[in-house]
Design a protein around this ligand. Structure first.
Ligand SMILES: *Cc1c(COP(=O)(O)O)cnc(C)c1O
Length: 385
């Protein structure tokens, strides 16, 4: 345990009514957390051992692999976290680079930015089921793009992709692949995409992998999906607050070193290389991710993935037994079912789109919650498409 020194600044106590507001908010959050099974965020964490570090203004500005003049940074932990993920994503030895982001929206922006610098004339291809932030990122970067059809399970339609690539051979393709779509947790197969590009003899190309959702456990699936650097990705974004779990949104972005070398600029003010999107960067989230990785270990992470998959299988089975038309993609934590009545969606914080909703069996989801949800749906008279 860290013994906190008495360097504390005094005078930050709250007036009583404000303290009451905070206490009330805490209770609200406790209740909301007990009914949250619809979003891909894990709650089974305890980072209270890191609380002493909240009394420092940690800032990880600049490149985590470069020394920095400002010494209150956690670059050392950031490097360990990204190195761990470089291994999980089978990045080429010493030929990768990465940093901890504010989440996968930033990681995806970064991947697309690298792609645009490498292939300024490129066209971005992404499926209909891509995350809503992709359109925004493409707008920021002012990149040409074409949306590709999805198949009913949420995966990119490879025939549509092939056909579209074939008629646009004049422009180098930038593939934005999903490894775990937001609503159905479908995974675009990077190996298959690569062989389409090979077939068409398209050599100038870039593949970014949006693994916001599945990146936290894809490496532990058996067999693993085709999603990483060895499968042909040029950059990968993973969210830290989703499967791994964090009280503060964060993520990991990794890319091939040669791509990153194209964009770094040296900045005298911070004494570092400006390779990241944000200037000041969170120095606390690297500690969180590091703590999760080190306390769980590879086996602990594998075990959490296994348990979550078993819970998803349980949910799918129980839905079906109750006569509700539920389904899920192979090895997915997301169980899709017809959109239940409004009061059920509100109680369980269920997202819905095009007439269906989902539960996502993150590690904190318990059987009793699934059972109660199913009973709520039956009582409200829902369940059929
Ligand atoms: C959550 C998600 C994102 C956005 O990630 P954030 O970490 O919330 O910024 C992007 N793509 C997919 C598929 C996601 O599930």
């Amino acid at each position: 345990m860290i013994v906190q020194k008495t360097r504390r600044i005094t005078g930050m106590t709250l007036p009583r009514t404000d303290q009451m507001q905070l206490d009330q908010f805490y209770e609200q959050m406790e209740h909301a957390a007990s009914k949250e099974i619809g979003y891909p965020v894990a709650f089974d964490f305890d980072y209270s051992a890191l609380a002493p570090f909240l009394s420092f203004s940690l800032n990880n500005a600049g490149d985590p692999f470069m020394p920095m003049t400002y010494l209150l940074n956690s670059h050392e932990f950031e490097r360990e976290v990204v190195s761990f993920y470089a291994q999980l994503t089978r990045a080429p030895t010493d030929q990768w680079w990465g940093y901890i982001t504010n989440g996968s929206t930033e990681g995806n922006l970064y991947g697309l930015y690298l792609a645009r610098e490498l292939l300024p004339e490129g066209i971005v291809y992404f499926s209909q089921d891509s995350h809503y932030s992709v359109g925004k990122n493409l707008h920021f970067l002012n990149m040409r793009h074409i949306m590709i059809r999805s198949t009913p399970n949420g995966e990119i339609d490879y025939d549509d992709l092939r056909e579209t690539l074939r008629i646009r051979r004049d422009a180098p393709p930038i593939i934005f692949a999903n490894v775990g779509t937001t609503m159905k947790e479908a995974r675009d197969d990077i190996g298959r995409i690569r062989s389409i590009l090979d077939d068409l003899a398209i050599e100038s190309r870039y593949i970014h992998c949006d693994a916001a959702l599945s990146g936290g456990y894809a490496a532990f699936l058996e067999p693993p999906p085709a999603w990483d650097f060895a499968d042909g990705a040029d950059s990968i974004a993973i969210s830290g607050h989703k499967f791994l779990g964090s009280p503060i949104p964060c993520g990991i972005v990794l890319a091939r070193q040669a791509h990153v070398d194209r964009i770094g600029h040296s900045v005298a003010y911070i004494g570092s290389i400006d390779t990241t999107i944000s200037g000041s960067r969170n120095g606390f989230t690297p500690l969180i991710l590091w703590y999760a990785i080190r306390s769980l270990g590879l086996e602990g992470m594998r075990d959490r993935a296994k348990k979550s998959l078993a819970m998803a299988a349980y949910a799918e089975k129980m839905f079906k037994q109750a006569g509700i038309e539920a389904w899920r993609n192979p090895q997915a934590l997301t169980v899709v079912f017809p959109e239940p009545p409004g009061e059920v969606r509100e109680k369980w914080q269920l997202a819905s789109a095009n007439g269906y909703s989902h539960v996502i069996c993150m590690p904190h989801v318990r059987r009793e919650q699934i059972d109660e949800l199913i009973s709520d749906i039956r009582q409200a008279g829902g369940g059929c498409a």
